[in-house]
Design a protein around this ligand. Structure first.
Ligand code: TRP
Length: 324
């Protein structure tokens, strides 16, 4: 059975794009019996914001989103990498295995630098992909479900695993990526649904907020609703959301709306989202009632991750002749 590792930067509440893109799939892997580990990448957030002092509520919200979506902390390890020193220590030997030009060439990092509104680029921006390799390799993950933008980091992880083996002997296998088959969801403005763009429908939104967000979504003037992602991206995206929530084909959803126009479409999407997420939101509220629950989950996840990371670091130090 695969050892699966994936995770998120704690930058804000998870939204429908995350849910249908990755969360759903994680819950499926968990149900299939995979040993799943989720890293809440709290050091990685520091690449693009000064969020450090405000991270705790975001991290706790992320755990609640996981629990609401069906992550079972008995089966799945959820941890924050700031709480796992041995994982972080792997960064140093791993850094020695990559060159500066390799780090500078990373297309995802380059893109993030273009989009970051910071006066200067921090060293962490160039090195976090190596830290991400430590996230993946500390527990010797075999499978890493990620989005397209994460593939350069996975490739770097594979390179580090291979070079470590060449230099110090076999310890790390090369993990495989698992690209999500889920379609990319657009936000209410027609751009990619994103926490930072203010166009997302959060998993944990109330029914009223959901209705308001969908009411404000961009559509077009043609009253005849069709599913045509190329020609009518915004309308088709709403149709797709309704289809995902109701388990139907998008074409069938569009046909049912017919000539009811954007108003008919939005009503149907709102009802579909609110109905699908009602039990998920109720479960989230239930967990949120006792803040001790989330803290206990993180404490035990961090303890498990520390045990694994300590063992791996010991192997690394032995392989490197540094077990004094
Ligand atoms: N970089 C990922 C993101 O921005 C989050 C992440 C951190 C991650 N460590 C990871 C993903 C390890 C997969 C594996 O979404």
């Amino acid at each position: 059975m695969d050892r699966v590792l994936t995770g998120d930067r704690p930058t804000g509440p998870l939204h429908l794009g995350h849910y249908f893109g990755t969360l759903h799939n994680r819950v499926r892997l968990q149900a299939a019996g995979a040993a799943l580990t989720l890293v809440i990448a709290d050091y990685q957030v520091l690449t693009d914001s000064d969020a450090a002092g405000r991270l705790a509520p975001v991290v706790e919200g992320l755990v609640l989103d996981y629990l609401a979506a069906g992550i079972d902390p008995e089966k799945t390890t959820v941890f924050t990498h700031s709480a796992v020193p041995a994982l972080n220590q792997l960064l140093l030997p791993f850094l020695s295995l990559v060159s500066v030009p390799e780090l500078e060439r990373n297309p995802t990092v380059k893109d993030e630098i273009v989009h970051s509104r910071r006066a200067s680029v921090s060293g962490l921006m160039f090195t976090y992909p190596v830290h991400q390799a430590a996230d993946i390799l500390f527990g010797k993950a075999t499978l890493v479900p990620v989005g397209q933008d994460q593939l350069p980091h996975l490739e770097l992880t594979r390179t580090i695993a291979r070079r470590f083996t060449e230099r110090y002997g076999p310890l790390f296998d090369q993990p495989e990526g698992l690209l999500s088959a889920a379609p990319l969801l657009l936000g209410t403005d027609g751009g990619k649904m994103s926490k930072s763009r203010g166009n997302a429908i959060p998993l944990a939104a109330t029914a009223d907020v959901t209705a308001r967000l969908i009411r404000g979504a961009k559509t077009d003037a043609d009253r005849h609703i069709t599913f045509d992602p190329q020609g009518r991206p915004e309308v088709s995206n709403l149709v797709l959301i309704a289809a995902l929530c109701t388990g139907r084909a998008p074409e069938a959803v569009a046909a049912e709306i017919g000539t009811a126009g954007a108003a008919g479409l939005k009503k149907l999407v709102t009802d579909a989202v609110n109905e699908y997420f009602a039990p998920i939101r109720a479960r989230r509220a239930e967990y949120a009632r006792d803040p001790g629950v989330v803290r206990a989950i993180l404490r035990s996840g961090n303890a498990r991750a520390n045990a694994v990371a300590d063992a791996t670091l010991a192997e690394v130090r032995t392989a490197m002749g540094m077990a004094y």
